[in-house]
Design a protein around this ligand. Structure first.
Ligand code: NAD
Length: 335
């Protein structure tokens, strides 16, 4: 399956990674290749990468796994390492890993020598259905996540669901939270799939990508419709921050955030009240939330102190029913 973006294609198929040489050929003639990955992915897939790249000249840059690698220090160390390995402006970078590697490596590609071509090969469920789509690249600073970044489209994205076979269960569930979000904001069928199933296949991965693709095409730079993708993220980010990014994984935090958004949507008579129990049942079954659930009142301070959220009020996404999102502008009194 080839999904078209304005500047590049997303290839999705089981086993497609072994065809990476074909994508490289569509991008440039005989480049030297620099693969940025993390230690876990390197340990699992070094041999496969070597085999799949055939006679191309390539080098690895391997970082530590985890969110802490999306830092200025690691950004500088990757840049230095690439320069040390004699990368040139017309070479090719491949980001090979989850969303951390994708965001960091994409930002390196966007900025080193004012831009080097890169291909994204996402290897977690979250990165396959979410972070590798839509061209946002970023690193974190002490003041907050993703505060330094850019929109920098890759030359192509290769999504091979076979990589998910080695993903730990909790990381898989983390990605399912974003799949559920995609279902709730843009695809009723995807939502119904998760009502009974704990796994998704290639077909559902494609459906989730299409939800994000269609939204990004309408609003690439986050002015209006792209904010629908923030469903569950307003409180999700506040929960992550309040607990110093340690207690809850991103998928867990946005799962509580989605339930809060539904609870508030019902309170404001925007959301079908039957949705709350259905979504709660899915999230409990996937171990993404636990009872007692988190109370939104405990996180309001974090929301109103996050200046990034506020323009003429707080932009907040509710849904009336699966597939029908709405953007509200709220003030403190609305809660
Ligand atoms: N750019 C965007 O639009 C966007 C959107 C959503 C999230 N993000 C970012 O994505 C990041 C989270 O991404 P993530 O959830 O993929 O986390 P991650 O990159 O930290 O990966 C999670 C873990 O899975 C391991 N892993 C990766 N692939 C594996 C595989 N195939 N088999 C076994 N282990 C594997 C990694 O080594 C890591 O330990 C966050 O930094 C978030 O801000 C970006």
């Amino acid at each position: 399956m080839f999904i078209k973006m304005p500047e590049y294609e997303i290839w999705v198929k089981e086993g497609i990674f072994s065809e990476i040489q074909q994508m490289i050929k569509t991008v440039k003639h005989n480049p030297s290749i620099f693969i940025v990955t993390d230690e876990n992915v390197y340990a699992l897939y070094e041999d496969l990468v070597k085999k799949s790249l055939g006679s191309y000249k390539f080098e690895f840059v391997v970082i530590k796994p985890g969110e802490l690698s999306k830092s200025i220090d690691i950004y500088i160390s990757v840049v230095k390492s690439l320069i040390d390995k004699k990368i040139k402006r017309d070479d090719l970078i491949i980001s090979f890993g989850g969303g951390v590697v994708g965001d960091l490596c994409g930002f390196v590609a966007a900025t080193l020598y004012r831009g080097i071509d890169y291909i994204q090969v996402p290897t977690t469920l979250l990165s396959q259905v979410d972070s590798s789509i839509g061209s946002k690249v970023a690193i974190d600073i002490e003041e907050g996540k993703n505060l330094i970044g850019s929109f920098y489209p890759p030359k192509g994205v290769i999504i091979d669901p076979l990589f998910l076979n080695t993903l730990p269960e909790d990381e898989y569930a983390n990605g399912l939270a974003e799949v559920l979000k995609a279902g709730l904001i843009g695809n009723k069928k995807l939502f119904h799939h998760l009502l009974t199933e704990n796994k998704i296949g290639e077909a559902e991965i494609i459906e989730a990508i299409l939800v994000k693709r269609d939204i990004v095409l309408i609003d690439p730079y986050d002015h209006k419709e792209r904010m629908f993708l923030n469903f569950g993220h307003t409180f999700g980010h506040a929960i992550e921050k309040a607990h110093q990014y340690r207690t809850y994984k991103h998928g867990e935090a946005i799962s509580y955030g989605m339930l809060i958004a539904i609870e508030l949507g019902i309170k404001w008579q925007k959301t079908d009240p039957t949705l709350y129990d259905e979504v709660k049942r899915i999230l409990l079954r996937l171990n993404l939330v636990k009872e007692p659930l988190l109370a939104y009142k405990d996180y309001l301070n974090y929301i109103w102190s996050d200046k990034k959220n506020l323009q003429d009020g707080l932009r907040f996404v509710v849904i009336s029913k699966p597939g029908h999102p709405e953007l509200l502008t709220l003030n403190e009194g609305d809660f």
